[in-house]
Design a protein around this ligand. Structure first.
Ligand SMILES: Nc1nc2c(ncn2[C@@H]2O[C@H](COP(=O)(O)OP(=O)(O)OP(=O)(O)O)[C@@H](O)[C@H]2O)c(=O)[nH]1
Ligand SMILES: [Mg+2]
Length: 345
């Protein structure tokens, strides 16, 4: 796969008002293109790498902004190319004006193109590229730490070590196949088999951490399910510590599902309050219940809420569509009956 080697630019900070905004330029013309609109003590082309200089961005006689320009010469930059980062005042209008000036000579970067260049220039491998995306999206302590470790190369090191072990094992197997009649001192068949099993186990362990990584990234999805009026929305509100869902004594209050996120011990938890699973009274409710089924199927854990009344039918229905191990039974409204009356648990 090839990539374009022209010079690209883009605003790297989100739109809106802030202390600063950053415009990033990368490619062979990065320094000369910025020099064209930048007035500092000295032109950027005279500076060595990793310097930050103060100056003005100008459009002919008009001063657009006072800025700092950071210069990173190839290969010692994020992309591995010449990079200039212009830090201007954090105003979308100003940042756009500077970008427009650069776009007279350069091309607007596509989403992720700076990181793509870092990959093609061997500054990052694929696991690290993924980590950059995760780092930008991380919303909790745990997901932040996982992304940071991956960016530092932890996953890359594990995969490389496993690949080396697989290659060594393959060579030993090939030796055994090619020269079976020779009593090869190097290959002990039991040891080969043991190595093979160990690698298999380590691969399974690594695959498991992948599933955990998805949960860290996207959050653990927990869905509240149960018959009408058992208190699903009340529990949802308790988790959130807010009156997010409408709670009434009327059965069938929640018609569409609600989703909110909380952070629990550093983990991102996505909680869904559903319309529950029951016979629909009308079309709106039918649609809400259909969505509930989709959410139930995609959840990691299902809190099956009951108020102590007979609920075997709902539980059976639920077990038809999800792995029973995902279901956690929750008894609500325990204030309304004594322990001896509880048949559910
Ligand atoms: N006594 C008592 N009442 C509760 C408890 N939890 C909820 N309720 C009441 O039960 C009624 C129904 O609560 P909701 O949270 O709306 O129940 P739901 O399961 O979301 O109901 P639908 O959305 O209609 O399916 C409300 O009047 C709540 O105040 C509880 O622990 N004890
Ligand atoms: Mg409800």
């Amino acid at each position: 796969m090839d990539y374009k080697t022209d010079t690209i630019c883009a605003i790297s900070t989100p739109p809106g008002t802030a202390g600063i905004a950053v415009i990033r330029v990368s490619g062979p013309q990065a320094i000369s293109a910025v020099d064209h609109i930048f007035q500092g003590k000295r032109p950027l082309k005279e500076l060595s790498s990793h310097k930050v200089v103060y100056g003005r961005i100008v459009d002919k006689a008009e001063i657009i902004d006072e800025v700092c320009a950071s210069i990173f010469r190839n290969p010692h930059s994020y992309t591995g190319e010449d990079v200039v980062e212009i830090s201007c005042h954090g105003n979308t209008f100003i940042a756009n004006r500077i970008l427009e000036l650069l776009l007279r000579k350069l091309r607007l970067a596509e989403p992720g193109e700076f990181t793509q260049r870092a990959f093609f220039n061997n500054k990052l491998d694929l696991t690290q590229v993924e980590a950059v995306g995760d780092l930008l999206q991380a919303r909790t302590k745990k997901s932040h730490r996982a992304a940071m470790e991956q960016l530092q190369g932890s996953l890359h090191k594990k995969i490389t070590a496993l690949l080396e072990r697989i290659t060594a094992l393959r060579i030993q197997f090939e030796l055994e196949i090619d020269f079976p009649e020779q009593d090869n001192e190097l290959t002990d068949q039991n040891e080969l088999l043991q190595n093979f099993q160990e690698i298999g186990n380590d691969l399974s362990e690594l695959a498991k951490t992948g599933d955990e990584g998805v949960i860290l990234k996207e959050g653990l999805k927990i869905c509240l399910v149960g018959a009408p009026n058992v208190g699903k929305s009340s529990i949802f509100n308790t988790f959130l510590d807010s009156e997010r869902a409408i709670v009434t004594p009327e059965p069938g209050t929640t018609r569409d599902y609600l989703e909110e996120a909380i952070s629990l011990n550093g983990y991102l938890i996505r909680i869904f309050d559903t319309a529950g699973i029951r016979e629909a009274a009308d079309q709106v409710e039918e649609m809400g219940i259909k969505k509930s089924y989709d959410i139930i199927r995609n959840s990691h854990k299902i809190l099956f809420i009951t108020d102590g009344k007979e609920n075997q039918e709902e539980l059976q229905n639920l077990m038809k569509i999800v792995d029973p191990q995902k279901i956690i039974k929750v008894l609500n409204k325990s204030d309304l009956f004594s322990a001896t009356e509880i048949t559910f648990l």
